[in-house]
Each structure stands twice: as C-alpha cells, then as structure tokens.
Design a protein around this ligand. Structure first.
Ligand code: GLU
Length: 501
C-alpha cells in the first residue's frame, strides 16, 4: 500500500461503558495496520489511544481504566495515550478543552461557525413543528445570520450560547473510504451541528476532528456506525483548511440471524468474554476474521501471524456475522491444541482460585500441589472449552473430599447393587498394595479383578470411576486414579461402600 509508511492511527473510545466487541475489532485492525502492515512496509506505524469523554452526561466512572485494562488483557499495546503520554497529549479530551474553544473561535472568526442563542424550549418547538409537518428534524439555522449588534447584546447580557457549524447549504461532499470507495452526500441534508456546547465542552464532531488533526492522524479507521458523520467531518476539515486524513469504516458486525449485535444475543462486551473464560488469543483470532481474511480458508492466526499478514486491502466492506459457536470453537481449539499445559495451568488458576478450589500456594514451583494441578490440567485440557469450565471439570482432582453425588450412579446398567458392593469391597482390598503409578499394572490388576468377580470390565470400572470422581465421565480411569492418589481414593471408596448401608 502506498503512503502507509507514515502511519498514525488512533482508537478513540468514549468511556460510556464496557468496550464492545465491535470496538475490540476496530482497535485490533488499527493495531494490525500500524504495527503490522505499516511497519512491515518499512514505515513507522504508531497507535494512539485517546479517550473521548466530552459527553459528560454519559460518562461511566472507571470505564476509561477498564477499557485500557481489557485492551492490555487482549494483548494490544499502543504508543501514545493517557497512561503513556506522548508528544500530542493530553490524550483525554476533557483535559484539552482550551484547544476546542480556540478552534471554535477560529471558525467563528472565519465566518464558518456562529453562536447560537436558541433556548432548549425553542429548539424543542422547532422540532415539534417539523415533526407535525412530516419534515426531518433539524436546526432551522435561526442564529446563522444574526446581526452583529444582536450578538453583542446577547453576549453583553451573559446569555448562554452554543457554537454551530455553518454547513455549506448546497453542493455535495464526497468521502473517499479506503474500504468502500467514494460515498457522496448532499450538503443540504447536513445540519448546522453544534460544535461547542454551552458548558464549553466540544461535541464529538469538533473534539474528534481537532484531535485527529492535532495528533497528526494519517488514517481514521473506525466502526461503520460513524459513516454518517464522515461528510460532516470532511466539511469541518475543509473549513479549518486542513487535509482530510484517509478514512476507512470497518464492516458492520451483525447478530446471528441478522440485525445489530446486542445483549439480547449474548455477551457483547470484551470484558464479559474475559470473565467467561475466553482466551485473548482466541478472541483476537476470531475478531480478526470478522471482516478480514488472508485467503478465505486459513482460520488459525496467532497475533504474530496477523501482524505478518494483515492488510487493510483485504478488509471487506460486507457485513460480518458474529457467530458465538464459532468463537467457542476457536477458544476450545486454543485450549486443546495450542496452549502448552503449563500455560493453561497459569490461565485456569485464577478461575480455580475464584471458585475456592485452590489458593496461591498451589502455584509454588516444584510443589506437589502444582504437580497435581498440572496433571489434572493435562488430563482435562481436551474436554475444556472455556477457562471458566475448569472448576467444574477439575474439582475432583483438586478437592480432598468429593461433594455429595447421587449414589445411584455407582450402579451400572445390568448390574445388581450387591455386585457393585462386593466389587468395591474387592477394590478396597486391592488398593493398599496397588502400584497406581504403573498404569499397565493397574489396568491388568483391575481387569483380573473383574474377571474373578464374574463382571465385565465396564461393570467394575464404572463404579470405581464414580467412587473416585463422583461422576460417570472422566479422563482415562487409570491416569485418573493415579492423579487422585491412594489416600484420597481409599477415603472415596469408603464413602461409596457406605452408601450401600
Ligand atoms: N468516540 C467515538 C467512539 O466512541 C470515536 C469514533 C471515531 O473513531 O471517530 O467510538
């Protein structure tokens, strides 16, 4: 791609809540464009994080920090931002109000913006009148041509005002989108929008444009929901006499079955996927494919692979569908096939600690407990789809005592309770001298025992499995017994035998 050698992109979330997966995909593409494509092509790709907190009514306490934390969890880094500083700071809009006020004043002086003294009530009346006539609601430009003397009088009274943009009233504005091509808008449909509110805060439009210019943004890559604002911004750039950065709107993310992805369909926040035990690698891999593909077939991409292959040219304008089952498949694939056991141990540990199954001491290098935890993880990793499933799957390996289970599970089909009792008594008799570390021997012993009792192997193995784990499914029986160990197994067998009264 030409001109990607000097690349400064930004992710500009508003701290109004948790970061949506759509935002996660947008920041990922910005990151991959700057750190991958631009740097691969010999450039200086830079990613900037900017917090757009000018809508004071929608601010959520702590949201900005949570966004930074979730991005870090996701595996992204940036070069300039609130936490990092940089040559164009501050990177939080509420700390840059003077810049927007200066910019608004400049446009007023140039005759490209004007003070609007209309009261809220008047604006409301205008809207209602428009609605009554079936017209699209919009400001009627009442203050656009106020006489100087009237303006001075209102200012002299200390009347509150907003600053509105004098949008060109005719002609058209073409936005050249790197993904969608040219999009042309009729200026008569664009409103004289508020740039600066009466409290001195900018609106999104002014803050966004002033900062993108000030921070020397070369490429604006953002969600498709901002397309309608692009012609407004292009006109603002023109009014300031600034070059318009290159613009790319990411493809829409649709819900399964169509429509906008919302809570109704399932989780939508990055944070929720973290809590539900999704791996950042799997989520990144999945989100990268929502609108981008290398060749239409390759599915598994590590972050390094994405950095090596991502190009904006291969981002599609067509909507992508968010498929929860597919994301789960990716997560399971990473757990089952990509993470090492030790890595997986580190990932499941916080979930096990949270569930009260282990504490930090389990993680001490070289300890028996770490060995048990590692073995349990190794045995169960192929059955795990999310990290959050670990406590439920691994409990019987980690707990001293089994939680209560249904004793009926001990009795396999076509087997009498009395046979099971006799069998478990025999196993209890065998156990003290058994060598559980020798898997072949254990198997041979137990098969021999079944035969001597006149049972099929399964008729013996199932009660042992249930006695040992409290459930009818587990990894291979002999490895499971070895990991549980003789002491716990003895106690668990006793409990099972007592259930026969
Ligand atoms: N603050 C906007 C948001 O929350 C930024 C949009 C843009 O990138 O221009 O998404």
């Amino acid at each position: 791609m030409q001109s990607s050698t000097h690349v400064r992109v930004r992710f500009a979330p508003s701290p109004t809540g948790s970061l949506h997966v759509g935002g996660g995909r947008t920041v990922l593409f910005n990151y991959l464009f700057a750190y991958g494509q631009a740097r691969r092509e010999g450039g200086d790709g830079t990613l900037i994080l900017r917090i757009e907190d000018t809508d004071q009514t929608r601010l959520v306490e702590g949201a900005a920090q949570q966004i930074e934390d979730v991005l870090t969890w996701f595996g992204l880094t940036w070069d300039e931002g609130p936490d990092k500083g940089g040559p164009h700071g501050p990177y939080v809009q509420s700390q840059r109000l003077d810049k927007y006020q200066t910019a608004a004043q400049y446009l007023i002086d140039q005759g490209k913006a004007y003070r609007c003294f209309c009261s809220r009530e008047r604006l409301q009346e205008v809207r209602e009148a428009q609605q009554a006539k079936g017209l699209p609601p919009g400001y009627d430009r009442h203050c656009r041509n106020l006489r100087r003397a009237d303006i001075d009088a209102r200012l002299g009274e200390g009347a509150p005002f907003t600053v509105r943009f004098s949008m060109p009233r005719s002609g058209e504005t073409t936005v050249t989108d790197m993904i969608r091509g040219d999009m042309t808008f009729q200026n008569e449909h664009l409103e004289d929008l508020v740039l600066l509110k009466s409290d001195g805060y900018p609106t999104y439009h002014l803050g966004n444009v002033v900062d993108d210019y000030d921070m020397e943004i070369t490429h604006i890559m953002r969600g498709d929901e901002w397309i309608a604002t692009a012609p407004i911004h292009v006109n603002l750039y023109k009014a300031f006499g600034w070059d318009v950065p290159k613009i790319a709107h990411m493809p829409l993310i649709l819900a399964p079955g169509g429509g906008k992805l919302s809570k109704r369909h399932g989780s939508t926040a990055m944070e929720e996927f973290r809590i539900q035990g999704y791996l950042p690698e799997a989520l990144m891999n999945y989100l990268a494919l929502l609108g981008w593909s290398l060749d239409g077939t390759t599915e598994i991409f590590s972050k390094q692979d994405l950095l090596a292959h991502f190009t904006l040219e291969r981002v599609s304008p067509s909507p992508a569908t968010f498929d929860y089952a597919k994301l789960l498949w990716f997560n399971q694939h990473y757990i089952n096939h990509i993470l090492t056991v030790d890595d997986l141990v580190a990932r499941v540990a916080p979930f096990l600690i949270e569930a009260g199954l282990i504490d930090e001491t389990w993680l001490e290098a070289g300890s028996d407990r770490l060995a048990l935890l590692t073995e349990a993880t190794r045995l169960l990793k192929d059955r795990m789809r999310t990290l959050a499933e670990a406590p439920e799957l691994m409990g019987y390996f980690l707990q001293d005592e089994l939680p209560d289970y249904d004793a009926a599970l001990l009795i396999p089909k076509k087997t009498e309770p009395a046979q099971v009792k006799t069998a478990l008594d025999a196993v209890a008799g065998w156990l003290p001298d058994a060598d559980l570390d020798n898997l072949e021997q254990t198997e041979a012993d137990l098969r021999g025992l079944a035969e001597s009792l006149g049972l099929k192997a399964g008729q013996l193995f199932m009660p042992i499995r249930v006695a040992a784990t409290g459930r009818t499914e587990s990894p291979g029986l002999f490895e499971t017994l070895r990991a549980i160990g003789k002491d716990r197994l003895t106690r668990r067998l006793d409990t099972a035998r007592q259930s026969f009264g």
